[in-house]
Ligand binder design. Structure first.
Ligand code: SF4
Ligand code: SF4
Ligand code: SF4
Ligand code: FES
Length: 349
């Protein structure tokens, strides 16, 4: 794509045709607030916190929804746009009343209010709605919602679901699971992406209530459930996983997860989890064994079949939880050592 050259805060910068001003700014480590923006979603231009001045334009424009143009002159740090943003943050803070999910998610609005040193001019009355949801994972507290619509757009654009709706008008406008009171009554896949995109903690992970995102230890790792290998941030408190987060733009998954990666981490501490290999004793009971003993038993069994019936009676099946490298090694064992081409991965769906 052709390059576009323009002026940003007095410097000459270059972007690709079709990029927005915000995308080029971020590529040059020049940031502005961008509350309703999520790089996983189409430009929206709803909150106006990202406004910049463009020479020749009669009013500030949203950087997240304005494409760059050759020769344009952009100012992102002028007094008027900073004042404009500060006022917007003050207004948004009036709707941000604090609620159940405080601290559980990332609260970009609260951070902005701290950076701009603003308090809400006054607080609007609570718009919390009676909300009883039998789902175990996702909480929604309208008192923290600023109606940025990121959750609804995520659900539609990334998940191709219509499980969330922005409904009502004016002060009655609110987010709700479509048609009913529970996410479980919609086509929600419980991917948790709406929680991950919410910039205020209005949507939050129910099981992480009582923990603070900013205070837990975080370990970046790879989901073990399937071969896609999405990247996860495990939030750990007192040596227990309390929540799975992820970073927008993370390798492979770009910050998106499915329900298993997002919410199915109970197995880690489950008392039934196998932590040692089990082999059958002479009475046919499963008993714990060392890895060396268990692998010896496997080798003995495989060699026994090959000797009695030939290599073509052997087949190897790998788990969808195996990595590419593990799959490679297993097919090497099957073909190179055991002499059979009957090897398959159950991830080949
Ligand atoms: S969890 Fe996923 S599918 Fe369900 S409402 Fe949120 S984004 Fe949509
Ligand atoms: S719940 Fe969060 S993401 Fe959805 S509209 Fe409200 S603030 Fe935005
Ligand atoms: S199970 Fe889901 S989150 Fe985990 S790697 Fe596969 S697609 Fe990603
Ligand atoms: S981030 Fe640009 S208008 Fe909201």
């Amino acid at each position: 794509m052709a390059d576009v050259t323009f002026t940003l805060d007095g410097s000459t910068v270059t972007g690709r045709r079709g990029q927005t001003i915000l995308q080029v700014m971020q590529a040059h480590q020049r940031n502005v607030p961008n509350l309703c923006n999520d790089p996983r979603l189409d430009p929206y231009g709803g909150c106006r916190t990202c406004v910049v001045e463009v020479e020749g334009s009669p009013r500030p424009v949203p950087a997240c929804a304005t494409p760059i143009a050759e020769g344009m002159v952009v100012r992102s740090e002028s007094g008027p746009v900073e004042d404009y943003r500060k006022t917007l943050v003050e207004l948004l803070m009036m709707e941000h009343l604090g609620g159940e999910g405080d601290g559980v998610g990332h609260d970009d609005l609260a951070l902005l209010a701290r950076d701009y040193d603003v308090e809400p001019l006054f607080e609007l009355p609570s718009h919390r709605r009676p909300y009883k949801d039998r789902n175990e994972f996702i909480g929604l507290d309208a008192d923290n919602c600023i109606l940025c619509n990121r959750c609804v757009r995520y659900c539609e654009e990334v998940m191709l679901c219509s499980a969330l709706t922005l409904t009502g008008k004016g002060p009655g406008g609110h987010i709700q699971p479509t048609r009913g009171e529970s996410f479980l009554d919609t086509d929600c896949e419980l991917c948790g992406g709406c929680v991950s995109t919410c910039p205020t903690g209005a949507l939050y992970d129910k099981r992480a209530l009582g923990t603070q995102d900013t205070q837990v230890a975080k370990t970046t790792t790879t989901c073990t459930y399937c071969g896609v290998g999405c990247q996860l941030d495990l939030h750990v408190e007192d040596n227990k996983i309390v929540k799975v987060g992820t970073r927008i733009g993370a390798p492979v998954s770009e910050g998106n997860l499915c329900v298993k990666g997002r919410f199915a981490f109970d197995f880690v501490d489950h008392p039934d989890r196998l932590k040692m290999p089990l082999v059958r004793n002479d009475a046919g009971e499963l008993v714990e064994a060392s890895w060396d003993d268990a692998l010896d038993r496997v080798a003995e069994g495989l060699n026994g079949v090959r000797e009695r019936h030939g290599s073509q009676k052997l087949a190897f099946l790998t788990s969808s939880r195996c990595t590419n490298e593990e799959n490679y090694l297993l097919q090497k064992l099957a073909r190179g050592v055991m002499g059979t081409n009957s090897v398959h991965s159950c991830a080949a769906t």
